[in-house]
Ligand binder design. Structure first.
Ligand code: 5GP
Ligand code: MG
Length: 185
């Protein structure tokens, strides 16, 4: 696999088989905790689409799929990390539901912390977070991640849904982007 890497990709960090194992471990945790709760699985667009598609096919219990799209501003320890909604769930969708946010990666933690708070404020009964990748070295705010597929070092990664400038989401593995790609231009 991945014998021909695009020139922008320095190396494969997480090959396909390891991604599949990470998804399986997320699915095991969710099955243990949500098999009787009909969760509302909310994918964070756009990065989480590949994970969400793979993950829900590993879950053999009733669930609902929705999407949100947010942009986060700030991210400093002092800022509240405000969210701008591009696609926002309404209160009727969330009312009384046990929500699982499905996200590609936790970096500073600002997006997930704020998203959780806002979904609770809009009426969700509970909110948990499932991320494929966690970069704990980059954390700026405390955020609880109930389900983590893999912990990775502080590298900018693309593939399996993750983009650089909207590219590389289609790579079947997670790769490290060459620094020259984002440090110039
Ligand atoms: P946070 O609010 O945790 O800093 O931001 C999380 C968002 O930043 C992710 O949803 C993702 O869009 C982006 N992000 C953080 N680290 C990476 C990375 O290594 N690669 C890519 N492609 N996006 C990242
Ligand atoms: Mg994202």
């Amino acid at each position: 696999m991945a014998t021909n890497l695009p020139p922008e990709i320095e190396r494969v960090l997480v090959p396909e088989a390891q991604l599949a194992a990470a998804v399986e471990s997320l699915a095991a945790g969710l099955t243990r905790d949500y098999a009787d709760r009909h969760p509302l699985m909310i994918g964070a667009l756009t990065g989480a689409v590949v994970l969400l598609a793979d993950l829900v096919r590993r879950l053999e219990f009733p669930l609902t799929v929705e999407f949100v799209k947010v942009r986060s501003y700030g991210g400093s320890a002092e800022s509240s990390g405000e969210l701008a909604w591009d696609l926002e769930p309404d209160a009727a969708t969330l009312a009384g539901r046990h929500v699982v946010i499905v996200e590609d990666i936790a970096d500073t933690g600002v997006t997930l912390r704020e998203l959780r708070a806002q979904l609770l404020a809009k009426g969700a009964a509970s909110v948990a977070v499932a991320v494929l990748l966690d970069k704990p070295e980059r954390r700026k705010v405390d955020v609880q991640l109930e389900y983590v597929g893999l912990t990775i070092p502080d590298e900018f990664v693309v593939g399996y849904g993750l983009d650089f400038d909207q590219r590389f989401r289609n790579l079947p593995y997670v790769g490290v982007l060459r620094r020259a790609v984002y440090e110039t231009s």
